[in-house]
Design a protein around this ligand. Sequence first.
Ligand code: ACO
Length: 165
Amino acid sequence: MSSVFDASVLAPHVPPGMPENLIIRPLAKDDFSKGYLDLLGQLTSVGNIDQEAFEKRFEAMRVSVPNYHIVVIENTETRKVVASASLVVEMKFIHDAGSRGRVEDVVVDSAMRRQKLGAVLLKTLVSLGKSLGVYKMSLECVPELLPFYSQFGFKDDCNFMTQRF
Ligand SMILES: CC(=O)SCCNC(=O)CCNC(=O)[C@H](O)C(C)(C)COP(=O)(O)OP(=O)(O)OC[C@H]1O[C@@H](n2cnc3c(N)ncnc32)[C@H](O)[C@@H]1OP(=O)(O)O
């Protein structure tokens, strides 16, 4: 299986009106050759990941339960990945052994911004998270992006601390 999670799980959550030359789908193993890591490089440092390392990490994510719901948008004409976002589900004992959803690594190719692809990704992940039964979804972002994420139901409600190594 070449998708990081089952595509049939995603389909009901995709809002209508995707442009004809774009498809939204789970991350696939051959996205290594479709510029997925270059796209992530527009978000943060990716480092040197060769195909073998990519496939090893992909496989670990694919078999993980709960799944890594890494969603990509591909331009079918250029065969390049032009946008991506992830919903990672974290299992808990609290909240009746509930699960929390974390939205991570949201990025749209710089040439494709302000065409509502980010909105498509967020609407898809919020709907998917609800259907998976998470009791809460959260994300971390810079203050400038609070207006962007608030459109999809997120509220600025916590102090966020990090420690980097
Ligand atoms: C949890 C995380 O991953 S945080 C990291 C977020 N990612 C990044 O910062 C990477 C660089 N930036 C990007 O990839 C993109 O600019 C994104 C993902 C933030 C937005 O994606 P886009 O596809 O450009 O957004 P989209 O077109 O769907 O925007 C919809 C609406 O959101 C708002 N919006 C979009 N970008 C921004 C922004 N940077 N600041 C404030 N509002 C914004 C606007 O109202 C926009 O509608 P408009 O274009 O008609 O004004």
